[in-house]
Design a binder for this molecule. Structure first.
Ligand SMILES: [Zn+2]
Length: 171
């Protein structure tokens, strides 16, 4: 249960050391248009907004673990304008609404980790974590993170959330 508040330590550690570049910048450049393309689907991007995008965490702590990521490469709030900050928080709100609708969680953890010491796996590019929580889920979490049930599970969650995000944009 110690991992409860630093679930994202594992995120992308392998990927970043492998490529030596910023994975978020890399991912955000792949799908240029507003519409979600094949690359976005592969990278689990759910939504592209004006200043930030939403993606599913490939190494989730819980089902529906999302990240809201600004397009601007910055390790903290530095360099983010009011417009960008506003877009991030509105996107967080919409993401929470979407998760509520689709996965009916009982609560949420939302966090920002600045610096390696704080547990940031991708410390050079800030991102906001949104982790849905269910009553009693702490019991099943170590199992989830250790067995990595993920691939099929992730795809299903992605499809469900993807549809919901698309609908939300039309509203
Ligand atoms: Zn970056």
């Amino acid at each position: 249960m110690k991992r409860l508040w630093a679930p994202w330590r594992m995120e992308y550690i392998l990927d970043t050391t492998k490529h030596g570049t910023c994975l978020f910048c890399d991912i955000s450049k792949k799908g240029k248009g507003k519409a979600i393309d094949a690359a976005d689907k592969k990278n689990l991007i759910l939504h592209r907004g004006k200043h930030c995008f939403v993606m599913l965490n490939k190494y989730p702590y819980n089902s529906g673990h999302l990240m809201v990521v600004p397009y601007i490469h910055t390790s903290s709030f530095d360099g983010l304008s009011d417009a960008v900050l506003c877009d991030i928080i509105k996107t967080v709100r919409n993401s929470v609404d979407t998760l509520k609708k689709i996965l009916s969680p009982d609560g949420f953890n939302m966090g920002l980790n600045f610096g390696k010491v704080a547990g940031a796996g991708m410390e050079s590019h800030m991102h906001k974590h949104i982790v849905p929580r269910w009553t009693g889920d702490t019991d099943s979490m170590p199992i989830i993170s250790e067995t990595r049930v993920m691939p099929e599970h992730l795809k299903k969650t992605y499809s469900k959330l993807r549809r919901a995000f698309a609908l939300m944009q039309q509203e």
